[in-house]
Design a protein around this ligand. Sequence first.
Ligand code: GAL
Length: 419
Amino acid sequence: MKLKSLLKSTLAGATLVAMTSIPGTVNAASNVEVLHWWTSGGEAAALKVLKENLEGQGVTWSDMPVAGGGGSSAMTALRARVTAGNPPTAVQMLGFDIKDWAGEGVLGNLNDVASAEGWDKVVPPALQFFSKHEGNWIASPVNVHSTNWVWINKSILDAAGGKAPTTWEELVSLLDAMKKTGVTPLAHGGQAWQDATIFDAVVLSLGDDFYKASMIDLDPAVLGGEKMVEAFNRMATLRSYVDDNFSGRDWNLASAMVINGEAGMQMMGDWAKGEFLRAGKKPGEDFVCIRFPGTQGAVTFNSDQFVMFDIKEGTDAQKKMASAVMDPAFQSVFNVVKGSVPARTDVPDTDFDDCGKKGMADLSDAAKNSRLFGSMAHGHSVPASIKNAIYDVVTAHFNGEYDAKTAAKELVNAVEAAQ
Ligand code: GAL
């Protein structure tokens, strides 16, 4: 292309972009403004599936991304918008945050869509607990993630003996063997929510009853007991396999270390799989997914839901979005890319890879066997105020500020003060 025509077409493109992005030029009635924290490669790829689906129905999308796994920064941005009297159409949200916002009386009502489409019958009770307030549908759940996963680089696993660990002791031996091969055994990002994500799995590995009594029932005797000291000791052991530059590292960069062969494994929710897939990696060939050793059969879950706010204009577009999110075919396509599993029980696992199929089977077995628990780290076991109190102690211990005994004692104090 000649320089002049190149310039002309670039300018035309720029004008077009500028026009569509000037606030006020979108038709509010057929537009959805969506606040979310899906900014990594895998997350953005999944979100694109939803955007394109809506665009196909004539609904335009105003993107409001606020980076930060676990969503704390997104929730701060949301508070500012609602305080200014200008909530977004829909907001990605987790567990107890939904309940908190519902209590403030600022959410919309999706009952007509939900009853027309029979959501009551296909959304499992553990999710409905968060999607409904006082019997009314306020959110549409798009997925179920779980936090007790480990993502292992297959060739590093092979070099370190080839056997995926099933117990804590085997896990530690594998980390040792990986260290000997010269890689960083455990890829991790030092951010409170990531520390807490590992903590979910470590606590669960010491028993279902222990997880429930500490992370859900907040029993002070268990929070400060012997097993909790053991949990913190396990966290310190894991810390010893992390490289020195971990502080502040984003989770997807830790995933990249495993993908690129710089690190052996990452302990992270199944959104990590979205990164592996986006890098063209194949489960079973390039990477291996296992449940955190000692937690097989149990699941700590979190579900991303799109919470619909009470807005002045655009409720038709909002309902179209709610309905699109709940469409069974969409839930399959979206969750295949995202690494999660469908929020509906009637979506076949046909299109999912082996990790996804395992995720779906694990979820349904865990629900049947009463081994399904809300993730503390991702807002599904306790409200944010208590979750943040737990984060503080877990991170302070992970960074060496407390020994295991002090951490267990501080956990009791922090949880009590937050209640
Ligand atoms: C979780 C969320 C996931 C994923 C992850 C990292 O809280 O449920 O969908 O986005 O954060 O950003």
